[in-house]
Design a protein around this ligand. Structure first.
Ligand SMILES: [Zn+2]
Ligand SMILES: [Zn+2]
Length: 1004
């Protein structure tokens, strides 16, 4: 049983399904998509592709609500749009899921999927990846439809398409022409499970986890000194065989400490106490770090082949103390020993120091983090999985009388894992391909150009620009290759093994022209592994046959290119960028994108800017609305095991899509959104049901009162292009004299203006909160104070008519402006009122009403007074049904009614609301004060009793199941006799008798 599922909600969920079915069956969505085809105005939205790898979550629904909302809004404004949805298809995320499904554990397993046939295995694996994308893109499409998201679902773009992949080739070719593509050797973060480099872009803070590792303080004997050691600390003991140098800081003092056994250790002066405590004899001397520079030492693995080989070839720069470069590796005295183990091949800073000082390196691990050949007993064993290998080995040697281990300690720190499979990363030297950020072409580097482009974009929230610039100013070159992977962009880089010359191929046609072998095997396939690698070209320099580099591309290339690859005529055919540039420019730069910002400054926003800067030296989008992260109601990330997780389908069919969409809409995008059933219930109660009940009140009573929509109410509608609004010009003629009618019309006009202006500025929260306020005012004041104007007992025909006319006008137009936010309930309201096909096929209303600011301000004061009046009545414990003779309202000087001509109307509203015969005023000091004349005369008492009686009769009618329009037979006590006619009318009775007790009977 699901406790979250209140029954009354069932009705609304079914209503949503009813419309969903109708929209697709009756072709409403199609009409919507093509509604503005001939318009000269355009709104260009570019969808950031959703990863088609799993079902959609409620966090996806947040962004997709924004996307739909602005497209629906601009559709109402009559602008032509593309309505193109996108799926992100290629990359490690899909591979990892397919591996999981198949129970594969490594690269070897993948390449043996068809036993003994590597080519067929890769072909099969790639096909399974594609199949997974197709499966989940279909599921996500259905889910998006359920969200009420109107898109050209038959023509979504897929980043695995030929168009997308070849457009990236086109981009890379241009980078190559600018001299920006290069192969570099670097120590890169590396996932030993996925066997591939993790680019700096992919290392997000959330992938750092607090973990405990065994750290070691180890002793390195100084050559030429007896019993004198460098004391060095590391948290990654597996890298000790790769040690080349020990770094010290010339800003620090180092002490030589004599330990309890007589051995002497060098350590930063400030760390003596931390490391030794009281367990040392004395400090022999203290010197500046520079005195240690040049000292040479021995290491524990010097006799391993790979180590001794490097030692022999680089005797000058091997196992030597160096002064650190503080910009690369600052040395602190917060932890460790102040002497830093430098393994050039196995750390980013180590690598940079090595480069700066020309140090050699000892590569020690293979792609899966197992030790390489030449490392003796270590070779073939996994360095990352078995850190104890090194520790145990050193301990054993100590037992045999050597001195290596000073102490081993468990150490808690934040350590990065693979963003996809969570395996802890290692650092490894690898040859990778990069796009250079600081290489000039036409006198400007890519970094400089991108910074200018980023500044030309409107970032929302505003801190987005700073975050993007921060990234752009500090990022390394863009690592675009991924080794050992299968399902991705085939990097079109062809490097000659013989002479080293490399080229980038820019299109399928170019490849065909250059192919000397394998074209036939490839030509009918998409540009993916393994088929693409059948094609062989000839080196332009030396004539040697050249194969493609086997790497795939960084997946952010796939998403970054989309403004170039996906803008097509009717979302079909060839990309306009290359086919019809004039037409393409009508959509580019795109007006608007919106995505969750954590991560995207480094990823999608970055990739889009980079690629557009290279191709057109301009911004790919004009405005970006970023939004934060969706969390569970308890403020924690959603996790199934924590019970705070809600799947999309569960949210949709328990909360309802309209309510979900409103939760997103009313939120400040810059802040994390807490999402759950409790909050959904609040939104439903405070907004959704309020609106529904207004509509229901109108609908039910207009039937009872047989009201038919009048021509002028209908004319004041949206489709009435530009013609004057009768409500405005002829208000008096139609007897629109009721102050409430004038007020709600003004208020609605004001709301419409604010909502439109806010949406134009992409300020969704202001728009939403204004709408909420309006609905609250509409319900709790306009409808509340107008209840007596309708129904069988209401006598004033004009007033009744005006109420319907005004409510119809407001509700109908309000349903239009709300339709981008909540597509289902607004459809129900709009179509019920108008009998037209769909609110989504109409236009934004032209509300040509004057906004009477004085009236709006005055009514606010009326309501403030009413609130005080109710509060005081409560304190006095006199219920509102009991009429009182008068109320005296004391208003401070600065608070008064502006529009004196309405004073009488305001007083009547207050008399009715507070049930008093007279309203009097006084001028006072600070706050609003009210005072009742509490003397209840016999006459007032009787009037109060009549009210009680009326209430009891109405209650009885309800209990008997009598409809509002049905008549009843009534018996009332004698003392109410003189009110008989009034009572009869008020409760819709056709006969009234006098008796001992009140009686109500169904009139059969
Ligand atoms: Zn991994
Ligand atoms: Zn060559």
């Amino acid at each position: 049983m699901n406790l979250h599922k209140p029954n009354y909600n069932e009705f609304f969920i079914q209503m949503e399904h009813k419309w969903l079915k109708s929209w697709y069956e009756k072709g409403t969505v199609k009409k919507y998509l093509h509604k503005n085809d001939s318009s000269s105005k355009r709104f260009s939205f570019q969808d950031g592709p959703i990863t088609a790898n799993n079902p959609m979550g409620v966090h996806h629904a947040w962004g997709r609500t924004y996307k739909d909302l602005w497209q629906k809004f601009h559709n109402l404004l009559g602008e032509k749009q593309r309505f193109q949805n996108g799926f992100d298809c290629q990359g490690l995320w899909v591979e990892v899921e397919v591996e999981k499904e198949l129970g594969l554990r490594s690269k070897k397993d993948i390449e043996n999927l068809v036993p003994g046939d590597k080519f067929a295995s890769i072909a099969k694996f790639v096909k399974l990846c594609r199949d997974r994308v197709l499966k989940y893109s279909a599921i996500q499409t259905d889910q998006s439809k359920r969200l009420g998201y109107f898109m050209d679902w038959d023509h979504s773009y897929f980043t695995m398409s030929d168009d997308n992949n070849y457009m990236i080739w086109h981009f890379l070719k241009k980078c190559y022409a600018n001299g920006w593509i290069y192969k570099g050797q670097e120590s890169v973060p590396w996932c030993p499970r996925c066997e591939t480099a993790i680019s700096q872009h992919e290392m997000l803070t959330e992938d750092y986890k607090e973990v405990v590792h065994e750290s070691i303080y180890f002793e390195l004997p100084i050559i030429g000194k007896k019993d004198e050691y460098l004391l060095v600390w590391t948290t990654t003991p597996w890298t000790i065989p790769a040690n080349i140098a020990v770094a010290v800081s010339v800003k620090l003092e180092y002490s030589l400490v004599e330990g309890t056994t007589g051995d002497k250790f060098w350590i930063a002066k400030d760390l003596v106490k931390t490391v030794f405590g009281k367990d040392y004899k004395r400090i022999i001397k203290t010197v500046n770090g520079k005195e240690l520079v040049g000292v040479k030492y021995s290491g524990p693995f010097d006799d391993l082949l790979a180590v001794s080989k490097v030692a022999k070839e680089n005797s000058e720069k091997f196992h030597i103390v160096i002064a650190t470069d503080e910009n690369i590796l600052p040395i602190s005295t917060e932890e460790g020993t102040g002497l830093v183990h430098t393994a050039v091949s196995a750390g980013t800073e180590d690598f940079k120091l090595g480069k700066k000082y020309g140090l050699p390196m000892i590569p020690v691990i293979l792609d899966d983090a197992s030790y390489m050949n030449g490392l003796g007993f270590l070779s073939g064993k996994n360095a990352k999985k078995h850190p104890e290998l090194i520790l145990n080995h050193l301990k054993e040697r100590d037992e045999k009388g050597e001195n290596w281990v000073f102490k081993i300690e468990r150490y808690k720190h934040r350590y990065p894992g693979c963003w996809r499979c969570k395996t802890e990363l290692v650092w490894k030297v690898a040859d990778e391909w990069y796009i250079a950020m600081d290489q000039k072409s036409d006198n400007r580097t890519l970094r400089q150009r991108m910074i200018d482009v980023a500044k030309s974009i409107k970032w929302m929230p505003e801190f987005g620009l700073d975050r993007e610039l921060d990234w752009l100013k500090n990022m390394h070159d863009w690592l675009i290759s991924k080794k050992n992977r299968y399902w991705g962009l085939a990097l079109p880089i062809y490097e000659c093994k013989k002479c080293g010359h490399f080229e980038v191929i820019g299109s399928k046609e170019e490849l065909k022209k250059r192919a000397v072998k394998g074209w036939d095997k490839f030509k009918r396939h998409t540009p993916h592994k393994p088929y693409i690698d059948e094609v062989v070209i000839k080196c332009l320099k030396c004539g040697e046959e050249v194969h493609r580099t086997l790497d795939v591309g960084n997946p952010w290339l796939d998403a970054g290119i989309v403004p170039y690859s996906t803008i097509k005529d009717n979302n079909q055919g060839e990309p306009l960028y290359l086919e019809n540039n004039e037409e393409w420019k009508k959509w580019f730069p795109v007006d608007f994108i919106t995505e969750s910002f954590p991560g995207q400054f480094k990823n999608w926003f970055y990739a889009m800017i980079a690629m557009s800067t290279v191709l057109e030296d301009t911004n790919p989008f004009k405005t970006v609305l970023g939004f934060a992260t969706l969390l569970g109601e308890d403020g924690r990330p959603m996790h199934k095991s924590w019970g705070n997780s809600i799947a999309f389908h569960e949210g949709a069919d328990e909360i309802g899509v309209d309510v979900m969409r409103w939760m997103y809409a009313r939120h400040n995008p810059a802040e994390n959104l807490l999402f759950g059933h409790k909050r959904a219930n609040e939104v439903r109660r405070q907004f959704y049901l309020l609106l529904w009940n207004i509509f229901k009140f109108y609908r039910d009573y207009s039937v009872i009162d047989k009201y038919t929509v009048q021509r002028h109410a209908e004319l004041g509608s949206a489709s009435n292009n530009g013609s004057r609004n009768p409500l405005r010009s002829e208000a008096s003629k139609f007897g629109m004299t009721n102050i409430l009618d004038q007020w709600i019309l003004s208020l609605f006009a004001q709301t419409e203006t604010t909502v439109k202006q806010s949406l134009m500025k992409y300020d969704i929260q202001t728009a939403s909160l204004n709408i909420e306020q309006f609905v609250s005012d509409f319900s709790t004041w306009y409808i509340r104070r107008s209840r007596d104007r309708v129904g069988p007992s209401a006598e004033d025909k004009d007033s009744k008519n005006n109420f319907y006319e005004v409510t119809y006008f407001v509700l109908k137009n309000f349903s239009i402006i709300l339709s981008p936010f909540m597509p289902f309930i607004t459809e129900e309201i709009y179509t019920t009122l108008t009998n037209k096909e769909s609110v989504h096929l109409t236009s934004w209303p032209k509300i040509e009403l004057e906004i009477d600011q004085k009236l709006i301000a005055d009514m606010l004061l009326v309501r403030e007074v009413a609130e005080s009046g109710h509060r005081v009545r409560k304190e006095l414990k006199i219920k509102v049904r009991q009429p009182l003779a008068s109320i005296t309202i004391t208003l401070p000087k600065e608070k008064h009614f502006i529009d004196k001509k309405n004073q009488r109307e305001y007083d009547i509203l207050l008399q009715d609301e507070l049930n008093v015969k007279e309203v009097k005023y006084k001028v006072g000091k600070k706050d609003i004060e009210v005072e009742y004349d509490t003397k209840i005369t016999a006459e007032l008492q009787l009037e109060g009793d009549v009210r009680d009686l009326l209430r009891s009769i109405q209650q009885k009618r309800k209990e008997l199941g009598v409809q509002i329009s049905e008549l009843v037979k009534l018996v009332i006590p004698k003392k109410f006799e003189k009110f008989g006619e009034m009572i009869k009318r008020q409760v819709n009775a056709n006969s009234i008798g006098i008796g001992e007790e009140m009686k109500v009977e169904k009139n059969i």
